[in-house]
Write a protein that binds this ligand. Structure first.
Ligand SMILES: [Fe+2]
Ligand SMILES: [Fe+2]
Length: 228
């Protein structure tokens, strides 16, 4: 009988987590691709639609990087097929804004904060390369959410987003924590422990997402009122 050493267990667990991430990248690609189409349909600034389309391409690239990493960590790993992209239909501009904020301002900001920490802890060279590449793109992806919010809040009140924010944060947190399925120390492979990830997500929500939304939503609202 073949017994696995501690190192094998660690690399297999790391490979499983990176495979889970691959599927999340495809989900993100679906979101950005659908958003890009809707942004064009609702005549939002073409720079925003172009950025969303590029983000969809980046996410597919991230998925490929994750898959390659899985096999480099554990060449015997069972890799299921890449999921198909989903197509989302947005019935109106508020539905589109909701998703842009949820994906860009919330999920991508949280992802960038986690990746910043992962960049410090990762020592495995292949993992480090993937973390660096993904981090570089995720920061740009979060800007799509902030720019969409800036554009919409300049024209009308979007205060309803405050009510939606707890649900957005909750589902983004669940996604980021769910991927951490192993309780051991995988920091060298670019995987944070659940308590550390939770602390970073709390901090990002309080110090980045909430103040960012307040400044765009409230400042633009005050400006509109002063013009009336
Ligand atoms: Fe990504
Ligand atoms: Fe992204």
């Amino acid at each position: 009988m073949l017994l696995l050493g501690d190192g094998d267990v660690l690399t297999q667990s790391a490979a499983s987590t990176w495979l889970f991430r691959r599927d999340i990248e495809i989900e993100a690609a679906s979101m950005f691709h659908s958003m890009a189409e809707a942004m064009r349909r609702f005549s939002w600034p073409s720079a925003l639609a172009d950025a969303a389309r590029q983000a969809a391409r980046d996410e597919i690239h991230h998925a490929t990087l994750c898959e390659t990493l899985v096999l480099s960590l554990d060449p015997e790993h069972t890799v299921h097929e890449m999921p198909d992209m989903r197509k989302l239909v947005f019935e109106n501009e508020d539905a589109l804004l909701y998703t842009a904020v949820s994906v860009g301002c919330v999920t991508e900001s949280m992802s960038a904060a986690l990746l910043l920490r992962m960049r410090e802890t990762t020592t495995h060279s292949d993992c480090k390369k993937v973390v660096r590449q993904v981090l570089q793109d995720e920061i740009g992806h979060s800007r799509i959410g902030w720019e969409a919010l800036r554009y919409c809040s300049a024209n009308r009140s979007v205060r309803w987003l405050y009510e939606a924010l707890p649900t957005m944060c909750q589902s983004a947190r669940a996604e980021h924590i769910e991927e951490i399925g192993f309780s051991g120390d995988l920091s060298t492979y670019g995987i944070l422990t659940a308590p550390e990830a939770k602390a970073i997500l709390d901090q990002t929500e309080l110090e980045v997402i909430l103040p960012g939304m307040r400044s765009l939503i409230d400042d633009n609202c005050d400006e509109r009122q002063s013009l009336q």
